[in-house]
Design a protein around this ligand. Structure first.
Ligand code: DQA
Length: 146
């Protein structure tokens, strides 16, 4: 099994970006956490970040035949990007949507997710701990689908 963890815009600034909302954990810390977790679960891992909508779409296309599923924190594109939603619909890969913050407890514009319409499920509000949770949720889904 192989999972792609895909992070969207501004997540490269984690650790210094609004720490009161997103915590002090950096994206590099999260990668270490995810790699250790993947190892413990005996799964392969890809870890990518792009600030660009097209970069995220290319990463989703590129996951075909390489990974079995995607954990996607699309950042603010979650709430705006029909193109990202269509990219997910265009590849035969299950997606677990992830957010560090509880988007439902925040501004109204964050309550809408285009990703959720095409995701298997959503994890939000648990900070960096959500990454391994989403990996496990995706692995459970993949085991079920076998
Ligand atoms: C986020 C939530 C989004 O609303 C926001 O635009 C982000 C981060 C999160 O992980 O909590 O960039 O996806």
């Amino acid at each position: 099994t192989s999972i792609l963890i895909l992070n969207g815009p501004n997540l490269n600034l984690l650790g210094t970006r609004q720490p009161e909302v997103y915590g002090h954990t950096t994206l590099a810390d999260i990668e270490v956490l995810c790699r250790a977790h993947a190892k413990s679960r005996g799964t392969e891992l890809g870890f990518e970040q792009s600030n660009a909508e097209g970069g995220l779409i290319d990463a989703i296309h590129g996951a075909r035949g390489v990974h079995d599923g995607i954990v996607l924190n699309a950042g603010a594109y979650t709430h705006t990007s029909i193109a990202l939603m269509d990219a997910i619909s265009s590849v035969q890969l299950p997606v677990a949507e992830l957010h560090l913050s509880n988007i439902h407890a925040r501004e109204d514009f964050r309550h809408v997710s285009y990703i959720a319409r095409v995701a298997v499920g959503v994890i939000c509000g648990f900070g960096a701990a959500g990454y391994p949770l989403a990996m496990d949720a995706l692995l459970a889904h993949l085991a079920q689908a076998d």
